[in-house]
Write a protein that binds this ligand. Structure first.
Ligand code: IMP
Ligand code: MG
Length: 335
């Protein structure tokens, strides 16, 4: 803190939602701002026994005092946005930038056929076609949509004012480094850059304003859709290891592989990472399930963490040990 960017270092689904919700609860975050592509994201947050699947709103909503913003670089599906505002009962603290582009039914249709559906295997949420229309300067913006009017606010101004007055601000990235249109496994990637620099640009924060970049990894790698995945396991083998996951947005089986140190190192480079988080430590080391204190971690889990640190060159500061936001070991005071 005060201004922290959280991004994923693999192919998405590493548990950004979980890590962000932990930080929001622990660090007195005043403003959380969603960056990234749009509702193609699926962030899972579990707090006080309840599970939330978010596609538009910041995962920091668990902190009831936190202002929840969506930056102008993000695409908005008004139906999904309004549903989430209603189901989280947070209308009084949500703000949307008037320059967010709006996903329309024809974008979704275009995303669910042809190359995008069959070869790239996108999430079908309309984000690629909408970003294409935006580049062609013919997308509609949030300021043109009557139902969004009451939420509109100058998001870059709010975020920069919070940073300048020394408040804790979280910038929430989406997808993963290797799904980036620039740095990922093109053409098997999403429709824009999703590294930390892009997340800052999405919300109108300049590079000199950022204090920390947390790169989130999972204890193993997963990816959904097409594209390369080194050392990919069969679905049967993934299930045997407890790595058999089903995607939040699309319900597809996630492909799985062991932790990839080389990719992780490159992700730290591309994002300018200052700290790393590793989620699902309990899946690799079941004896760590639900552990919240450093002293209760097993030796083999700590050995894995040290190995990751020596390979990626930055400290691992947060470890996820279960789905609850607070099932986290916080090593920040040890580094
Ligand atoms: P799109 O972002 O829907 O265009 O999909 C492009 C590629 O990125 C596909 O392989 C998707 O499965 C993948 N993708 C997009 N968003 C996410 C995400 O939030 N988690 C994981 N994969 C994603
Ligand atoms: Mg996800």
């Amino acid at each position: 803190m005060p201004c922290t960017v959280v991004v994923c270092g693999f192919f998405g689904d590493t548990g950004k939602g979980k890590i962000i919700s932990y930080l929001a609860l622990k660090d007195d975050v005043k403003v959380a701002v969603r960056a990234g592509v749009g509702p193609n994201a699926g962030h899972t947050v579990v707090h006080k026994g309840k599970s939330y699947k978010l596609r538009m709103l910041p995962s920091a909503f668990v902190n009831e005092k936190c202002r929840l913003l969506i930056g102008p670089g993000v695409l908005v599906n008004p139906d999904i946005f309004l549903d989430e505002v209603k189901s989280l009962d947070c209308a009084d603290r949500v703000g949307l930038d008037p320059q967010c582009a709006v996903i329309e039914p024809h974008h979704i249709e275009a995303d669910r056929r042809g190359v995008l559906a069959e070869k790239i295997k996108t999430t079908g949420s309309g984000t690629g076609p909408c970003n294409a229309d935006r580049a062609l300067r013919r997308a509609r913006l949030a300021r043109d949509v009557e139902e969004l009017k009451e939420y509109l606010t100058d998001v870059p101004l709010e975020v920069n004012q919070a940073i300048d007055s020394g408040e804790n601000v979280l910038i929430e990235g989406t997808q993963g480094t290797f799904l980036s249109l620039f740095h990922g496994t093109y053409p098997y990637c999403t429709s824009k850059d999703v590294t930390a620099s892009a997340a800052c640009s999405d919300v109108g924060v300049g590079p000199t304003k950022v204090d920390d970049v947390v790169v989130v990894f999972k204890a193993y790698v997963t990816r959904v859709g097409g594209g390369p995945l080194k050392n990919e396991l069969s679905w049967e083998e993934a299930v045997k290891r407890g790595w058999g996951e089903i995607a939040t947005v699309t319900g597809r089986k996630r492909r799985a592989a062991p932790f990839d140190f080389e990719l992780a190192r490159r992700a730290v480079m591309l994002n300018g990472g200052t700290q790393a988080a590793i989620t699902k430590i309990d899946v690799l080391f079941p004896e760590c399930k639900g552990v919240r204190e450093y002293s209760k971690l097993s030796d083999r889990a700590l050995e894995f963490v040290r190995k990751v640190e020596s390979e990626i060159g930055i400290p691992v500061t947060l470890l996820g040990t279960g789905p609850e936001a607070l099932d986290t070991v916080d090593l920040r005071d040890k580094k």
